[in-house]
Design a protein around this ligand. Structure first.
Ligand SMILES: CC(C)(COP(=O)(O)OP(=O)(O)OC[C@H]1O[C@@H](n2cnc3c(N)ncnc32)[C@H](O)[C@@H]1OP(=O)(O)O)[C@@H](O)C(=O)NCCC(=O)NCCS
Length: 188
């Protein structure tokens, strides 16, 4: 059985980071993130134009977490309580003990190993606390940074779909990566 209880919100701590719930008070930092053209380049979601766009997103995240349907963490450094990125299990396939992860980070913080560090903590939570059997990630094949993060965390590429996602008038390609929980046994 997958454990889908996110109350109280599971805060995570790593060597350099805190991963915590995303709140309306974070709207400004989330706007910086979701309105950044470079950060949104490989994410097939609308870029935030106004703070209200981001408030709607935060509301959606809060509802998802409150209903125990999925979870998203805001990433902060240990020094400053401001959100610099996010990591999620935004889809959880309860029947198959499988979740889909997504992540993003402010460009000024790229290439310091931050998402690798955060994602490892999230994966540990997913496998040990949620009892997931596997985690998948869908990426734009051109997104080398994301691919490298996944490889570093032990994911393997399992599929490559051609023109499977219609977004803004184009059919986009998708690479699918997966990480199995080696310690997890099926419940009979
Ligand atoms: C993808 C992203 C989250 C990576 O975060 P990050 O904290 O910079 O990643 P890390 O520092 O942990 O890097 C992991 C690996 O990727 C490499 N890498 C980072 N940026 C890279 C780039 N632009 N091109 C190629 N490799 C890159 C790092 O060098 C590292 O590999 P290494 O260990 O072999 O040196 C970040 O680039 C981002 O937010 N991108 C925009 C949003 C996005 O695309 N999200 C993913 C959607 S699926």
């Amino acid at each position: 059985m997958v454990n889908m209880n996110f109350d109280p919100f599971p805060k995570l701590t790593t060597e350099r980071l805190y991963l915590r719930a995303i709140d309306m008070k974070d709207a400004e930092d989330m706007f910086v993130l979701r309105s950044n053209v470079d950060a949104m380049k490989h994410i097939a979601r609308p870029i935030a134009k106004t703070i209200d766009d981001v408030k709607l997103l935060i509301e959606k995240i809060q509802t998802m977490v409150a209903k125990n349907e999925g979870i998203a963490w805001g990433i902060t450094t240990r020094e400053e309580n401001r959100i610099i990125g996010t990591i999620s299990f935004h889809i959880v396939d309860v029947a198959n003990h499988r979740a889909t992860t997504g992540y993003m980070l402010q460009p000024s913080m790229w290439k310091k190993g931050i998402i690798t560090e955060g994602l490892n903590a999230v994966l540990q939570y997913g496998f040990e606390m949620m009892n997931l059997h596997s985690v998948e990630a869908h990426i734009d094949p051109a997104n080398l940074a994301s691919k490298n993060v996944l490889l570093r965390c032990g994911f393997v590429q399992e599929a490559s779909f051609h023109e499977n996602y219609f977004y803004e008038g184009k059919y986009l390609n998708t690479d699918v990566f997966c990480l199995l929980n080696k310690k997890h046994k099926a419940e009979i």
